[in-house]
Design a protein around this ligand. Structure first.
Ligand code: ZN
Length: 499
């Protein structure tokens, strides 16, 4: 073992311990803490957060890091050191004055965005967005190198290897294939009835069902818990304490079902990290896109599959015999797969979701190419929604102001959502070539699927990149054609039956 790495380890451990405490506090705050806890709790959390930052960002650590880079390291040590270097690079290249000024700006911008959304008035947010973009452009200039220029610098923060060149091909294919597909099946939409999902479903019973469902798809409840929050998410203290939230609506049965399966997919990934990686810098999912691929694999490829729904729907009927007495499996299957081009990304169905992302990607690209100014963004947004989804926002709140991301300077983040769906479809196709997936889903036997994901994805944490994982798994890199084929096959089958 390398000597410098041994000296570095206590710093890393301290930072990990503080981060763990912060995760616990933050989850507690979102799910359990009383309403008025905010100011004092946040005060304490800010102190812990600074401690965690200082534990890594200091001269001793920097010196050890530089030494480690020139020493013989194990694969795991090397991955940790490179991860630490990435964090350093990102911060060190940006002058601290500008960095701090920008953090302040983002806090103000967030408040401006909230007010603007509330009043549906983009002009309140526009000057802040302008300044945020200006800062992001300055950050790019400081961080650019021989390989990464412009918008690619930001994309690389979330999804290394997925540059504008790769994403352009991906979204072009979506535009060419999915936009016409939507047009084609749109007319048949009215025949699918979803009204039974809006009957009265007792929340306590939904809770029991969610717990059963999470366990059914392989979330280990002896190493995890489920709570509730408005926006469902997954977090982990370490691999044996993985927590996620879901939400229940009395008159929207599918909402909890699919947020529970989605988060179970994220949570299983975190529970599957190798023992020797948890609580290190590489002890969680490798990228946002890969994480999202695991949640969407369960939510969509598995969760909306007719074979999978067989036993699940039986259990659901047992739980709600009265409300679902006149509903068949086929009714249910069609209802949870119905598509409807809409205005709001987070309410979008499987077929149209990626088009919402395409709008955001194209706008971000134009922003960083200097092709559009912030004043004209709402017009551009509305035009794109009309062109790709056939709908036009009536106001800014349901248009350009709907997402919080840009107010926090998160540019380059959105594509990962769409990549997640596409990667899930590619893995799903691969699994079908290896094992009788449909039979397994029919009987609810997930052992082989779990074992495969565990062996080929989960355990590695951040020690392999997304592209590496895909290459090692199927001897090919990311390929979006699987996703297109998956969507076409699926929606043709659902909507053809109507004829
Ligand atoms: Zn997710």
């Amino acid at each position: 073992m390398s000597k410098s790495f041994d000296l570095l380890k206590p710093y890393l451990d301290k930072s990990a311990a503080l981060d763990m405490a912060l995760s616990a506090l933050s989850f507690d705050f979102d799910t359990t803490a009383p309403k008025k806890a905010a100011s004092y709790t946040h005060q304490a959390m800010a102190i812990l957060s600074k401690e965690s930052y200082d534990a890594l960002m200091n001269n001793q650590v920097k010196e050890l890091l530089d030494k480690c880079l020139n020493e013989d390291l194990t694969t795991k040590e090397k991955a940790i050191v490179l991860e630490l270097q990435k964090i350093y690079d990102k911060l060190i290249k940006i002058p601290s004055e500008l960095y701090n000024e920008n953090r302040k700006l983002e806090r103000e911008a967030q408040l401006a965005w909230e007010e603007a959304k509330e009043k549906s008035d983009y002009s309140i947010f526009q000057p802040y967005l302008e300044k945020i973009i200006e800062n992001q452009k300055a950050f790019i200039k400081y961080r650019e190198d021989d390989q990464l220029k412009g918008y690619d610098v930001l994309l690389n923060d979330y999804e290394p290897g997925f540059t504008v060149e790769v994403l352009d091909q991906f979204f072009e294919l979506l535009k060419k294939e999915i936009v016409p597909l939507i047009e084609k099946v749109k007319n048949k939409n009215h025949k699918i009835d979803t009204s039974f999902l809006n009957r009265d479903f007792d929340i306590e019973k939904q809770r029991e069902f969610s717990s059963w469902l999470a366990n059914y798809v392989g979330f280990d409840l002896s190493r995890g818990i489920i709570k509730e929050s408005v926006h469902p998410y997954t977090t982990q203290l370490h691999k044996n304490d993985v927590r996620f939230t879901t939400h229940y609506y009395k008159n929207q049965l599918d909402s909890a079902i699919y947020s529970t399966i989605h988060e179970s997919g994220h949570a299983k990934y975190e529970q599957g990290i190798a023992d020797n990686l948890t609580l290190t810098l590489v002890g969680s999912g490798t990228s946002m896109g890969m994480h999202e691929s695991q949640s969407r694999f369960y939510e969509n490829c598995v969760g909306r599959n007719k074979n999978f729904l067989g036993p699940v729907f039986n259990k659901l009927k047992e739980t709600f015999p009265h409300q679902l007495s006149d509903v068949t499996l086929l009714d249910f299957y069609k209802a949870v797969n119905k598509f409807e081009p809409g205005l709001i990304r987070i309410e979008a169905d499987e077929l149209t979701y990626s088009l919402h992302i395409m709008v955001r990607y194209e706008i971000e690209k134009r922003i960083f190419n200097g092709e559009v100014d912030t004043v004209h963004l709402p017009t551009l947004w509305n035009q794109m929604y009309q062109e790709y989804l056939g709908v036009t926002p009536k106001n800014d709140a349901e248009g350009i102001l709907q997402d919080v991301h840009w107010s926090g300077g998160s540019f380059g983040y959105f594509p990962s959502y769409a990549l997640g769906s596409a990667i899930a479809a590619q893995i799903y196709d691969h699994l079908q070539s290896l094992m009788p997936i449909q039979e397994m889903l029919t009987t609810g036997d997930f052992d082989k699927i779990d074992e495969y994901l565990q062996t080929n994805i989960y355990q590695f944490g951040k020690t392999k990149t997304t592209q590496q994982l895909l290459k090692d798994m199927m001897n090919q890199s990311f390929d979006s054609s699987y996703y297109i084929k998956y969507l076409k096959d699926k929606y043709h089958a659902i909507y053809e039956e109507e004829e």
